[in-house]
Design a binder for this molecule. Structure first.
Ligand code: B12
Ligand code: SF4
Length: 458
């Protein structure tokens, strides 16, 4: 039995930018969902994982499969439907799963033979059996997986073409921010994989640099942090020889022992969601966690950096409380915090979030010709109607934020402070210049986007 597992491309995202900077290679992440599905698949299936981010193959030239499985974030949905249509025309059954299939079940049902909602661990083996028996059902609901039943991902199946490996050590997040789908999809209950499984899986990864995809690496409660420390101890003891980057919340900075152990285990960078420079903004986004205890963000960032761990901060523009000037304000605050890099995104209503419910009910989805428009739901296009900004205005805020933070004097200041702190001046220089290099591509993308929106009947 032959199985194709496919990750659809969105040409508006990643790969187009590879020409601009070779460093963008480090932004192409492996589709871990498909590697986990492969880990759940019995040996009688011959599996090929196709990641269209590395280039879409000529499917007609490939042997006919018995089943096609497609994953998709919302921003990949229309390409997913094109692929599905191709294989269904050949009479091959197509199943789709992942976040978009779960949040937009009815839409997805129209395009594929079967849909898996939720996490797949509890239903995938049965689905494969049903395909063999010729009785594939229209829908399977996996709910939340038992964490000890998550198999080791098949890292051997995507062994070349990537700069980094990928792994997941926890699922779920209790914080339930209004714009984020993680709590709705993976649950508020924070689940941590058994430590021996994580260490074994790390050992099976070929790449020296690994991206830990967890949404919240160490969790928020003392028992979660204690388990994270145990994991880091086990990783250091196993002498994995890996360097890794993860996503964390700001409380990562609050425990010196945690930071020491993380660094020993190979942690070299963290992405942290700061989201808004003001407490009002954090309240609007439901991220009250960041305002607890009158935190000094600059001091927290410095504490992490002292362990030679880079800090990349993520912010959102277009909140209802944001007013003109917010772009410059974010750039200033990010420099005050001493962040090594920033990633600024437009407030985007994603299906299944509280923000989606709110904006939809207020008729604020500016791009709503679905499924066609899903490709703009990358958080890098202003797809909504913003309270205090026109389309031009919100784009201008983004542009001024990025050009300010990545201005040459600011980059040189960051490099100098890295030199002074004996951290990684060269890495900061190259990664900052790479972000700066992408800004021109982004301005071109905004111009095309404005043209598209301007030419639409209102
Ligand atoms: C790693 C990651 C990335 C990587 C990409 C990795 C990749 N797959 O190519 C990078 C950094 C590139 C990325 C980019 C983006 N991401 Co992202 N990302 C994640 C993250 C943190 C982890 C994904 C992961 O690997 N999980 C581990 C696997 C094992 O879990 P899983 O994907 O859920 O798969 C399970 C089930 O869903 C199911 N399943 C999945 N696919 C399939 C397919 C079939 C056939 C079946 C049966 C089952 C099935 O089975 C799996 C096992 O249970 C998630 C958050 C999250 N917790 O999922 C956000 C997340 C998926 N990203 C999100 C977003 C918004 C984006 C961006 C649009 C914007 C951005 N800048 O972040 C871009 C766009 C990318 C694009 N190509 O269009 C949102 C998606 C929401 C939505 N409705 O689409 C999420 C949920 C985060 C959030 N804050 O809400 N992302
Ligand atoms: S944004 Fe981060 S902290 Fe908030 S719910 Fe999503 S994963 Fe959790």
């Amino acid at each position: 039995m032959r199985l194709y597992l496919i990750n659809p491309t969105n040409p508006l995202v990643s790969i187009v930018k590879l020409k601009e900077s070779r460093w963008n290679r480090y932004r192409v992440w492996k589709p871990l969902s498909l590697m986990v599905l492969a880990g759940l698949t019995p040996p009688e299936w011959e599996i090929s994982i196709v990641d269209e981010n590395l280039g879409a193959p000529d499917y007609l030239a490939m042997p006919r499969p018995d089943l096609v499985g497609i994953t998709a974030f919302t921003s990949q949905a229309n390409r997913a439907y094109e692929i599905a249509a191709h294989f269904r025309r050949l009479g091959v059954p197509v199943v789709m799963g992942g976040i978009h299939a779960t949040m937009c079940l009815d839409e997805v049902m129209e395009h594929v033979d079967s849909v898996v909602t939720g996490e797949a661990e509890s239903v995938w083996p049965q689905l494969l059996e049903d395909v063999k028996q010729g009785c594939l059902k229209r829908r399977y609901d996996g709910g939340l997986a038992e964490i000890k039943n998550i198999p080791l991902a098949r890292h051997d199946l995507l062994a070349t073409g990537y700069a980094c490996g990928a792994i997941q050590t926890t699922r779920g997040c209790p914080l339930n921010c209004s714009f984020c789908s993680v709590t709705a999809f993976n649950g508020a209950h924070y689940r941590q994989r058994p430590i021996p499984d994580v260490v074994r899986e790390f050992q099976s990864i070929r790449e020296k640099i690994v991206l830990v995809v967890d949404d919240n690496l160490t969790g928020t409660r003392p028992k979660h942090i204690a388990r994270a420390k145990d994991l880091f101890r086990a990783m250091a003891q196993a002498d994995l020889q890996k360097e890794w980057i993860a996503q964390a919340t700001i409380n990562f900075a609050d425990d010196e022992e945690l930071l020491t152990l993380a660094a020993k285990a190979g942690c070299r960078g963290v992405f942290i969601g700061f989201e808004s420079p003001t407490p009002e903004g954090l309240r609007e986004l439901g991220k009250k966690f960041n305002i607890l205890k009158g935190r000094d963000f600059g001091a927290s960032v410095r504490r992490i950096q002292r362990h030679n761990i880079m800090v990349v901060g993520s912010f959102i523009v277009g909140l209802d409380i944001d007013e003109p000037g917010i772009g410059e304000r974010i750039a200033e605050v990010a420099s005050q915090y001493g962040l090594d890099n920033i990633n600024v995104l437009f407030l985007t209503p994603l299906p299944g979030t509280r923000l989606w419910d709110q904006m939809k009910s207020e008729n604020r989805l500016a791009l709503d010709n679905f499924p066609e428009d899903w490709k703009y739901y990358t958080l890098t296009f202003p797809v909504a109607r913003y309270k205090h900004f026109s389309l031009d205005g919100i784009i201008q805020e983004m542009v001024s934020c990025d050009w300010n933070f990545y201005s040459l004097p600011h980059i040189m200041r960051r490099v100098a402070s890295n030199l002074w702190q004996r951290r990684k001046p060269l890495l900061i220089l190259v990664s900052n210049l790479s972000y700066r290099g992408n800004l021109r591509v982004e301005c071109k993308a905004y111009a095309d986007f404005k043209h598209l929106v301007g030419n639409r009947p209102s």
